[in-house]
Ligand binder design. Structure first.
Ligand code: GRA
Length: 383
């Protein structure tokens, strides 16, 4: 067992850290306040190869691997969690195209996603279908001209700004999940209405509704075969879940760092507040949760790099990292008191952003369900 990172991975992590500290962190508070999506950040991250670590060179990637992806995302999220959402919106669609697309689809759509030129998204969730993906109602009707999409998606990250993305819709409603299909749609065509939605955290990551009304896509938009949609979706979610888990590690680390630093500065009752055992208890727990989650997330990434199944390990990592982020943000809030609660300091942002990790990419309960059903022998997670 080797817990060390290769020199190459250390260099990748350091590059991502330097970039995040210089280009993302200084504007994070303002971006959050103004709900500012910075396309130029996307282009810069694209240029640095941040979206291409799990994509072959022939499509514009650099093949550094899943562990590299996780290290980059953690650094970005430590600076600003909302920006790491943008990473997932590029990598998720690119990976689904790589895994299920035709050569033409890959060549056409992956490189602009990796460069950050084409802003991506994935449209799964609907008003009546969140955790229960098979319950979605959006339909894709085939005609001579292609597929006509009708239906409404909600809570879609990047909905207000995306140039295109993965859209999941039923081509055959009678076949239950086996009638679901996956599409890569470009949004530069009639029949799509967007509506931005407000949320508690991840303010600089635009989110909203996509309503499709007779939205016609060419037949070349279909990913894989008709009926492959559920498989594509579960596969895609396994990748984006891992990336999301890495984001939670970044938030956990940022909150812990702020708490430790404050403990070493703030004096009350004649001593630094780090001297108080109740604060030490919080710091120790933060560190133990964060480090345990990190090892779990890195293990899931390492398995992916070995081409081994990692659905179970990804769920365990995502669950643990989301809890670690929330524990750390909550603990930091307690330690910083009014300064933590104040919007002049980043803790309240960490706190708001941490919450999202218990909801997105499969809620905490969905992860627990996957883990427990596997343990009980009811439904294997790695298949
Ligand atoms: O045997 P079969 O042919 O009928 O196939 C079944 C099963 O083998 C079928 O799907 C297959 N399957 C899989 N195949 C490969 C199921 N899971 C997998 C897999 N991992 N890999 C139906 O299976 P089932 O077990 O009966 O499915 P289910 O009970 O309907 O659903 C399972 C589950 C709850 C896990 C699924 O629906 C799920 O993952 N739900 C969570 C949805 C989710 O994660 N949504 C996230 C939305 S996107 C988002 O949050 C964006 C955030 C952006 C960001 O911040 O990063």
């Amino acid at each position: 067992m080797d817990f060390g990172l290769s020199d190459e991975l250390i260099a990748v992590r350091d590059l991502a850290r330097e970039f995040s500290e210089k280009e993302i962190a200084p504007a994070a508070a303002q971006d959050d306040k103004e709900k500012r999506f910075r396309k130029e950040l996307l282009l810069k991250m694209g240029e640095l190869g941040f979206f291409g670590t799990v994509i072959p060179e022939k499509y514009g990637g650099n093949e550094l691997g899943y562990l590299a992806m996780v290290l980059i995302t953690e650094e970005v999220a430590r600076a600003h969690s909302a920006v790491r959402v943008a990473i997932n919106m590029q990598i998720g669609p690119a990976l689904a195209l790589l895994q299920f697309g035709t050569e033409e689809q890959k060549q056409q759509w992956i490189p602009p996603l990796l460069r950050g030129e084409s802003v991506g998204c994935f449209a799964i969730t609907e008003p009546d279908a969140g955790s229960d993906v098979a319950a979605i109602k959006t339909t894709a009707t085939k005609s001579a001209d292609g597929y006509k999409i009708n239906g409404s998606k909600i809570w879609i990250s990047n909905a207000p700004v995306a140039d295109g993305g993965l859209v999941y819709a039923y081509t055959d409603k009678n076949e239950k999940h086996r009638g679901l299909s996956a599409f890569y749609a470009t949004f530069d065509r009639p029949g799509l209405t967007r509506r931005a939605l407000e949320t508690m955290g991840a303010q600089a990551s635009p989110i909203g509704e996509l309503t499709f009304e007779d939205f016609l896509m060419p037949k070349e938009s279909l990913l894989g075969q008709e009926g492959d949609g559920f498989k594509v979706c579960m596969w895609q979610l396994n990748q984006t879940r891992l990336n999301c888990a890495a984001g939670a590690l970044g938030v956990a680390r940022a909150a812990k760092e702020a708490a430790v630093s404050y403990c070493n500065q703030r004096v009350q009752f004649g001593q630094k507040i780090g001297e108080f055992q109740m604060n030490q208890d919080l710091i120790a727990q933060m560190i133990a949760h964060e480090e345990a989650a990190r090892l779990l997330v890195y293990r899931a990434a390492w398995l992916a790099d070995q081409n081994k199944p990692n659905n179970l390990e990804t769920s365990i990592g995502k669950y643990s990292a989301a809890e670690a982020a929330n524990f750390a943000a909550d603990g930091a809030m307690k330690i910083l008191g009014a300064y933590g609660y104040s919007s002049e300091f980043p803790i309240e942002r960490y706190y708001r952003d941490a919450k999202s990790y218990q909801i997105v990419e499969g809620s905490t309960n969905v992860q627990k369900m996957i883990i427990a059903l596997d343990a009980l022998g009811y439904r294997k997670a790695n298949r």
